[in-house]
Ligand binder design. Sequence first.
Ligand code: NAP
Length: 307
Amino acid sequence: MNRTFLLSNGIEIPAIGMGTYPLNGQILLNAVHDAYSVGYRLFDTADNYYNEEDFGESLSALYKNTSAQRDELFLVSKLSDELYRPGTLGGGFNKGVYFWKNSPVMQGEKAVHKVVRQKIANTLRSLHTDYLDLLLMHWPYPDYFEEIWFEMENLYKEGLVKAIGVCNCRERHFEKLRKNCTIFPMVNQFESSPLNTKQALVDYSKANGVHVMIYSPLMNLRLKTSDAYVEFLQELSNKYHKTKAQIVLRFDIQRDFTPIPKSAHKERLQANIDIFDFELEEEEMRQLYSFNEDRQTLPESKSCPGL
Ligand SMILES: NC(=O)c1ccc[n+]([C@@H]2O[C@H](COP(=O)([O-])OP(=O)(O)OC[C@H]3O[C@@H](n4cnc5c(N)ncnc54)[C@H](OP(=O)(O)O)[C@@H]3O)[C@@H](O)[C@H]2O)c1
């Protein structure tokens, strides 16, 4: 059983979703089918996951083979500079195709407007839909941060996206937008876990009506960590008859966040959403917080432009 949180504009967002990176093809199609059948309604993709077309095919199969309807799904995509192009990860970095001032595609009049329009048209076409539930700026691209946001505001006002937000932003980025924006970001998607609670940013988000989505929520379980952390998760796991992954995801839910774990396996998809029948005690939450060591792992999380 899934539940929902409310965004600042009154729209409901599921309390947990499925991450889709780096899935594609038949594996993605099967995973989307399995995820829907066990209760997921939110799916998270991005233009630079290069799986939007395959995700669209997965959705078409879902509509055909199940009773799924577009309006019960919550589709999330992102505007990216397309840092990682297929085939270049090992052999070269294709940095800054979009949203960087020195890029050839950003020359000329109204470049941001044109690129954002091109990207959203492509995303909507790929996903076989005429609106997104949530569009996120994938990173606070310093050369065009505000311009991209203003264009996203226009998409929102035109009804092409039901909500807009950002990823990997810190307090200062929100303050930069606050000066001239007409719509304050409704969501911030970032990396967090008991090892990296980002409490100041979380407090800021709550105070300003910004809903938090958590990416890579299970990463902390794959890191080398203190024995005390592992032992405490095991203790909770034994007490609640839940896995460590379920304990960590439940920690997110009780912080009022929407985590988006990715799995290509039905039993894990099912387990990851089976977290609504128990509650961590206040003292247990407090102990989990105590393992914070501000440990960020992904590059997009670690590096953040000053603006
Ligand atoms: N906005 C951003 O900048 C940003 C950055 C990174 C990621 N994201 C989004 O966040 C999503 C999730 O992040 P992520 O994929 O990096 O990390 P994650 O969801 O924390 O971890 C995914 C890994 O954990 C495994 N896994 C899943 N459930 C498990 C379970 N119950 N027990 C053990 N292992 C389990 C998966 O393997 P199997 O598939 O084999 O089960 C996969 O290897 C991405 O797919 C993407 O949509 C956004």
